[in-house]
Design a protein around this ligand. Sequence first.
Ligand code: ADP
Ligand code: ASP
Ligand code: MG
Length: 401
Amino acid sequence: MRIIVQKFGGTSVASPEARNCVIEKVKQAIKNGFIPVVVVSAMGRKGDNYATDTLICLARQACRNIAPRELDHIMYCGEIISAVVMTGFLQNAGIEAMMMTGGQAGVITDNNFMSARVIKVDPVKINRQLERGKVPVVCGFQGMTVDGEFTTLGRGGSDTTASLIGAALDAEIVEIYTDVEGIMTADPRIVENAKILDVISYSEVAQLAYQGAKVIHPRAVEIAAQKNIPLVIKSTFSDAPGTRIVDKGNEKSISDRVAMGVTHLANIAQIKVKVEPARTHKESSVIFRTLADESISIDLINVHPGHVMFTLAEDMADKALTKLQSLGYNAEVNHDCAKVSVVGGGICGVPGVMASLTEALSTYNIPIMQTVDSHTTISVLVKLSDVEDAVKALHQKFLLA
Ligand code: ADP
Ligand code: ASP
Ligand code: MG
């Protein structure tokens, strides 16, 4: 069986016109000799009636601190509504389709509500539908515990569902349909002249996604990479070929470039702790252990004689600050920061990368608050108010020069 998994994101199922485009993609797959399995997200984006954010808002209006288990139930509704409507559209178009929840599709998870880890995927029910000639329309983002509790896989998790199902069914290809024509050198909402990448490696796109490019979820990339299943990111609304995500070893064309994208993560805060210079190392280990014990994860870290600096998620900043101050530390927080990253497999060991980065940001008078680099990524912390200019400046310097 030549299985193809076709995942359609929120904007791709948001209107009757969009759903008609989905039907064309499914028909095309069948015409090309594939057996499709459709995965859908909740319809629309923030503000739309049945979008995930709207449902979360509704629950939080009832109770600001409503428990994650209850939030998972209301979020479940978004994908169910979408799958029922999409199944109806497919049936109307003469395609035998049947909707399935994540649980029915065999996605078994732990009970870590809102961010569940997948234990296994048992595709027995999907296979039964395929044998009957039906197109399964699976609710993305959803899982179920062994004792029948509803879970979700974390925001943006429908991509993960697509890869999981693709891996479980030994799919020939997983297509991720969205509202852009592929993975681009930057978010086109910020950089107008961002370019589409024809091909990109699993590791490059995973880095881009981890550093904030929400066009695909990093877990979806990792799962596809484990089984070497080709992923293609495409637009629901055009016939453009999209971006192929493949194993780097098979692609000569992607081995030479230095940078392939600029991305950003917002909602970050920076904490600075002043310590006695001679005790810097001792104090830094106490500080990091304290944060770990509070389950607070930290990112960019600098330890210099006399101070310890790190970044963390904005919604953890007050908790961390209060804890450190209660232990007598002289700590202060810088709210409203963002991390901007240049990603590329060729960044490592290339002279002048840091020089180019600082030149680009100084042209726009953007102060750098912290930096960090790895073999594929170089990141800077800037104020949130500078983030769009920083992305534009670095894109201009690294991707268009
Ligand atoms: P879907 O609902 O289809 O999953 P998402 O909103 O999750 O769609 O992801 C698509 C969006 O990702 C695009 O509209 C685009 O603004 C954004 N995006 C961010 N970074 C990139 C990038 N590097 N390339 C393409 N799109 C990007
Ligand atoms: N509907 C979910 C979300 O908005 C999952 C997804 O769209 O991938 O996070
Ligand atoms: Mg998405």
